[in-house]
Design a protein. Structure first.
Length: 422
C-alpha cells in the first residue's frame, strides 16, 4: 500500500506572504503533498492574476474573515491605473494619519493581527486531528502572529514538523522603527518562540547570518524567485504608447527615497544630452518622485505611468528595452521581489547605486544580465554612449534557476530531510 501524502500547511496570511509562500507551496509535487493554507481571506487584496494559475484548485484554502483590517482599508484607498494620479489629501490630513499609524503600530504588540491568533489554531485543530500523519507547517513573517500561531500548534503537537520562514526579519529588520521598549519586547518573544522550529529559513545569506548570531541557531536560505504567469493580451487604456525610435527604461514598484540612490539617478540624468531615452516609473504615486522630476527639470523624459496588476505589470515589462532598479545604500542584503520579477521577464537590467558587492549585484554578475552603475559619471556615460535597443544576449536557462519552481524544489528537499531525521 503506497505511503500517504505529506500534509503541508502554511500558517500565514497570503495578502502579506504572497508571492513567496503561495508559489513555494504551489510547485511542490502534487503526488507527494496535500497542500493547505490557514489564514485570513485575501479576497479584495489579491486577485487571481496575483496567484499561480489554478492556485485554489491545487491548494485547499482554510480561511477566516477579519472584522477589522486596518491595512486593507488603506490599500483600497490607493488609486489604480491612473497616470500621474495624485491623492487629494491635505498635508495636514496626511501628517495626522502618519502620526496615528505610528502610534497604532507601536501599541499593537507583536502586531495588529494578534487578536485573530485563535482563528489559526482553531482551524488547525478542527481539520487535522490525525497527528499520526506526516504534517509539516510553514509560518511566514510578516507578521509575527503567524509564527506565534505555529509555535502554539507545535507545542501542543510535538510530531508536527515546523518550518519558520522569514521573508522579512522581525526584531532585526533593517527598517525596524519602533521605540526601544518595543524592540526589547519583540526580541524577547522572538528568541523564546524560535527555540521550537525544526528549521528556520530566510531569503538572503547575510540575513541568515544575522539571525544565526541573534538566535544562536542555524538558519537556512531559500531565495525568493519569480512567478510564472500566463501571457495575455494587455487590456489597459492608460498604458502609454511607446515610439519606435526611442529607448525605454522602466522602473517598477516601491521607491525608498531614504534607503536608495534615487537622488544620484536624477542628478545624473539631468545632465543627459540625449533626447532618445525615456524613463517610466510604474507603481503608486509618490510626491517625492514628482518633486524630483520638477526639481531637476526632467519631465520631458521621465514619466509616471500609473499602477497595474501583477499580471499586467509583467506583460508591460516585456515591452521595454531595459528594466531598472535602485540598489539599497542601507543594507547590502536586501533583495527585492522586483529583481526576481525582472529576471523572469528576460530583459536587460540596470542597477543604480547602492552598496558595493551587494546581494543584488552578486546575482546580476552571476547571470551576466545587468549593468551596474554606481557613480554619476558611469550613469551619464551609459545612457549617453552605451545604451542600445539591442540590449545584451540573455541566458534563459540561468534565469530559470531564479524561478519559484526551482525554489520549491529546494523546499521539497528540505522537507524530506527533516522528516527522515525523525
Amino acid at each position: 500500500m503506497p505511503n500517504k501524502k505529506i500534509k503541508i500547511i502554511a500558517i500565514t496570511d497570503l495578502e502579506h506572504s504572497a508571492p513567496r509562500i503561495s508559489n513555494l507551496l504551489y510547485y511542490l509535487d502534487d503526488n507527494l503533498f496535500d497542500k493547505f493554507v490557514i489564514g485570513s481571506d485575501y479576497d479584495g487584496f489579491l486577485n487571481q492574476d496575483d496567484m499561480p494559475i489554478n492556485f485554489d484548485k491545487k491548494i485547499k484554502l482554510l480561511t477566516f474573515k477579519r472584522k477589522i483590517n486596518f491595512y486593507r482599508s488603506i490599500k483600497k484607498s490607493v488609486p489604480i491605473n491612473k497616470i500621474n494620479s495624485r491623492p487629494r489629501f491635505s498635508s495636514f490630513f496626511l501628517l495626522i494619519k502618519k502620526i496615528f499609524l505610528n502610534i497604532f503600530l507601536n501599541l499593537s504588540f507583536p502586531d495588529q493581527y494578534i487578536f485573530t491568533l485563535k482563528n489559526y489554531i482553531k482551524i488547525f485543530d478542527d481539520n487535522f486531528q490525525n497527528l499520526n500523519e506526516k504534517i509539516v507547517i510553514v509560518s511566514s513573517f510578516p507578521y509575527a502572529t503567524s509564527h506565534i500561531a505555529a509555535y502554539k500548534i507545535k507545542k501542543k503537537n510535538k510530531n508536527v514538523v515546523w518550518i519558520a520562514d522569514y521573508r522579512d526579519l522581525w526584531s532585526k529588520n533593517q527598517v525596524y522603527s519602533f521605540i526601544k521598549l518595543r524592540y526589547m519586547l519583540d526580541s524577547m518573544i522572538e528568541k523564546k518562540i524560535m527555540k521550537y522550529p525544526d528549521k528556520i529559513l530566510t531569503v538572503t545569506n547575510p540575513w541568515a547570518q544575522k539571525q544565526q548570531n541573534f538566535l544562536k541557531k542555524e538558519v537556512g536560505v531559500i531565495y525568493n524567485g519569480y512567478q510564472e504567469l500566463s501571457t495575455s493580451n494587455l487590456i489597459q487604456q492608460n498604458f502609454p504608447e511607446l515610439e519606435e525610435g526611442k529607448i525605454y527604461v522602466l522602473y517598477v514598484g516601491a521607491i525608498y527615497f531614504k534607503g536608495q540612490d534615487v537622488n544620484l539617478f536624477f542628478e545624473s540624468i539631468s545632465n543627459l544630452k540625449s533626447k532618445n531615452i525615456e524613463f517610466h516609473f510604474m507603481g503608486k504615486h509618490y510626491d517625492e518622485l514628482s518633486n524630483l522630476i520638477d526639481r531637476f527639470s526632467v519631465g520631458d523624459h521621465v514619466k509616471h505611468i500609473g499602477q497595474f496588476s501583477r499580471k499586467d505589470s509583467q506583460n508591460i515589462q516585456k515591452k521595454y528595452d531595459y528594466l531598472m532598479f535602485f540598489d539599497f545604500i542601507t543594507d547590502s542584503a536586501v533583495l527585492t521581489l522586483k529583481l526576481f520579477e525582472y529576471i523572469g521577464v528576460n530583459k536587460p537590467i540596470i542597477c543604480i547605486g547602492g552598496k558595493k558587492n551587494s546581494e543584488s549585484k552578486k546575482i546580476l554578475n552571476q547571470i551576466s544580465r545587468g549593468y551596474i552603475l554606481e557613480k554619476e559619471d558611469q550613469i551619464i556615460d551609459f545612457f549617453e554612449n552605451k545604451i542600445t535597443k539591442k540590449g545584451i544576449s540573455l541566458d534563459e536557462q540561468k534565469s530559470s534557476m531564479f524561478s519559484y519552481r526551482y525554489r520549491s524544489q529546494q523546499l521539497e528537499e528540505l522537507i524530506f530531510n527533516l522528516i527522515n531525521k525523525r
